[in-house]
Design a binder for this molecule. Structure first.
Ligand SMILES: [Cu+2]
Length: 154
């Protein structure tokens, strides 16, 4: 009875392969988020508040969440979403696995309040982004003209 033995071996081999998990070689059990930040800018503020926009890309196998933000130029930075044209503060924003979180004019954004100084066009503002699972990320956000909109916008 050689054939049943061969089948059993094949099944065992498949189980071993499945147990190896992801193919990225990271070796971690349930995957991790792999975050990078791009397309960041701040329109030059016209009051004691400023908005910030950026895109957080997650190349990892696990989702994460943007939970809080701070900057040395602002007393407080909050995360806002825009609903029916009105903005409101949110506790956190989701960053899906193999996806991205987009903060753009008219939508989600960072809100800098109690500005200690008014950032000017050509300068940059350093911001620390903090996440539910990943380590904090420092970003230098360039200050653009007050009317700036990215060319990739719709
Ligand atoms: Cu806002």
């Amino acid at each position: 009875m050689r054939r049943p033995a061969a089948v059993a071996l094949a099944v065992a081999g498949a189980l071993v392969l499945a147990g190896c998990g992801g193919s990225d070689g990271s070796g971690s059990g349930d995957g991790t988020a792999d975050l990078s930040v791009g397309s960041a800018y701040m329109p030059q503020p016209v009051s004691d508040m400023a908005a910030g926009f950026l895109t957080i890309t997650n190349d990892g196998d696990a989702p994460d969440r943007l939970t809080s933000v701070s900057s040395d130029v602002a007393g407080q930075v909050t995360v806002h979403e825009t609903v029916d044209g009105a903005m409101q503060e949110v506790e956190a924003l989701d960053i899906p696995a193999h996806g991205s979180l987009v903060l753009e004019s008219g939508g989600n954004h960072l809100m800098f309040e109690q500005l200690k100084k008014k950032p000017k066009q050509g300068q940059s503002v350093s911001v620390q982004l903090r996440f539910e699972r990943s380590d904090p990320v420092m970003v230098e956000i360039p200050v653009k003209p007050a009317t700036y909109t990215p060319k990739t916008g719709h």
